[in-house]
Design a protein around this ligand. Structure first.
Ligand code: NAD
Length: 480
């Protein structure tokens, strides 16, 4: 199945048809139509997989892709046009330009947490750049995977988009095939598997991974507004967002006021019983539910050496409904390890909540002495996908921007960078490689081929040809 899908996508790429701008526009318009005409089908699938309400799905899934498509349709012609390049003196007279060309066939492997957006955003980039695509939606969101497999071929040209459903076995088989680019969104363990498989064919890869996104808070003036934004960014999609704040760093004296403000914000958004709120999602499956409840239990177990962590609010969970309440935890102050202050140093070294990306609605607040200590702590871990800073001090903002490395930084908000068509989105180090969205997507899935034209007259190249006597050597030295 996978070999046949790749062959069909490659055959179409080789006809040259996908290079035509009208072909590309047709694919984008087709997917746009799918997102409106078949919105109900997608909404139902998202509801079944993640308990997303239609409004949440519109905002965080379909709406993001529609704005990406509209931006691409608007700029496609100018992005696809050759760009004039300068020519150095020794080559003149000559003309040079950069001509963007499709790569061929792009493989898109997508995850379950935003299963529509994270499948279609890379797809529309690949198609806008004139490629054909093979798409592998996540089996962990099976209803959405099935809906995409049914709808995408109906709304795009024959063979343009091949959808291969399945899990590890099917993906492994796919990865044995030759592609011209692979974009993988998911965890770093599988990211390494993808990269190893791609190396066999020298296929370039984009890895959109995750990690522990830190949030700094010290803005007392805007305590309530900041808490509303932190709560919104953390608890949207029940915390299952790659750029959700993973934990909050703040000074000891701010822990309780921030907790109170977060609790109030949760009540405003989801009412007294978030389980009854249409806007609050569900954990994707039992495996992830069990992982989260074990991590919370372990972190707050009273009998652990170096204990001191406690649930500040929330904590309730219901396996049958895969419901996990918005939860804030007071975590102990970090200890000093060989790399400096470290979340995982000391007796809690194997504590899942501190060692791994939480990827659920549990928000630890970790007290530190100062923003400098927070920077030290962030630098002792892997480079995160995002960093959020809520501070009214320019000095503190600059400190975090300059002294830490992350996929991106947002001041006074979160999440918004991921849906903005003009802002490249991607990680660095352990959080990934390569950015996409908007023009960055077009660039990612294109080869910028330099084309040079050199006239015969005047024949300046004759100066570079032997015999290289004294006069020619002198001239070349001057020109170069
Ligand atoms: P997942 O389990 O759905 O896996 C992603 C894809 O990898 C799926 O299509 C799956 O079939 C495939 N896969 C799984 N095991 C494989 C194997 N052994 N070989 C080949 N393919 C395999 O998703 P996940 O990894 O649980 O996603 C969550 C992670 O993704 C988090 O770390 C999150 O931060 C990250 N994420 C990153 C972004 C981003 O844009 N940077 C977006 C969403 C999620």
């Amino acid at each position: 199945m996978s070999a046949a899908a790749v062959t069909a996508a490659r055959r179409l790429a080789q006809t040259g048809e996908p290079r035509r701008l009208d072909w590309r526009r047709r694919q984008l318009t087709g997917i746009r139509e799918m997102l409106t005409e078949d919105a109900d089908r997608l909404t139902e699938a998202l509801e079944a997989d993640l308990g997303k309400s239609p409004a949440q799905s519109q905002l965080t899934e379909m709406g993001v892709v529609v704005s990406e498509i509209d931006h691409m349709l608007k700029h496609l012609e100018s992005w696809a046009a050759p760009k004039r390049l300068g020519v150095p003196t020794f080559l003149r007279p000559a003309k040079a330009r950069l001509r963007p060309q499709p790569l061929g066939v792009v493989l898109i492997i997508s995850p379950w947490n935003y299963p529509v957006q994270l499948c279609l955003s890379p797809l529309v980039g690949a198609l806008a750049a004139g490629n054909t695509a093979v798409v592998k939606p996540s089996e962990v969101a099976p209803h959405t995977s099935e809906a995409l497999a049914e709808l995408l071929p109906r709304h795009t040209s024959p063979d343009a988009v091949q959808v291969v459903e399945g899990g590890v076995e099917e993906t492994t088989e796919l990865l044995e095939q030759r592609f011209d680019h692979i974009i993988y969104t998911g965890n770093g363990h599988v990211g390494r598997i993808v990269m190893r498989a791609a190396a066999e064919h020298l296929t370039p890869v984009t890895l959109e991974l995750g990690g522990k996104t830190p949030t700094w808070f010290d803005d007392d003036e805007n305590l309530e507004a900041a808490a509303r934004r932190i709560a919104w960014t953390k608890f949207t999609n029940a915390g299952q967002t790659c750029v959700a704040p993973d934990y909050v760093l703040t000074t000891h004296d701010r822990v309780q006021p921030l907790t109170d403000a977060l609790e109030k914000a949760c009540r405003q958004m989801y009412g007294r019983d978030p389980q009854a709120s249409a806007d609050y999602g569900r954990i994707v499956d039992e495996k992830h539910f069990d992982r989260l409840s074990a991590a919370l239990e372990e972190h707050t177990a009273p009998n652990r050496a170096g204990a001191g962590a406690a649930v500040a609010f929330g904590g309730h969970h219901d396996r049958e409904q895969r419901y996990f309440a918005p939860t804030v935890v007071h975590s102990p102050a970090p200890r000093r390890g060989p790399q400096g202050l470290d979340l995982t140093a000391g007796p809690r070294g194997d504590d899942a909540l501190m060692c791994q990306e939480i990827f659920g609605p549990v928000l630890p607040i970790v007290p530190v002495e100062s923003p400098e200590d927070a920077v030290e702590l962030i630098r002792s871990g892997e480079k995160p996908l995002a960093l959020y800073v809520y501070s009214d001090s320019d000095e503190t903002r600059e400190l975090f921007e300059e002294e830490t490395s992350s996929g991106g930084v947002v001041h006074d908000a979160g999440l918004i960078q991921a849906g903005a068509v003009t802002i490249p989105f991607g990680g660095v180090g352990e959080s990934g490689m390569g950015a996409y969205h908007g023009e960055a997507s077009f660039r990612r899935f294109s080869h910028y081929k330099p084309v040079v034209e050199k006239p015969y007259t005047p024949d300046t190249l004759a100066f570079a040809m032997p015999p290289l006597g004294r006069i020619k050597r002198g001239l070349l030295r001057k020109l170069m």
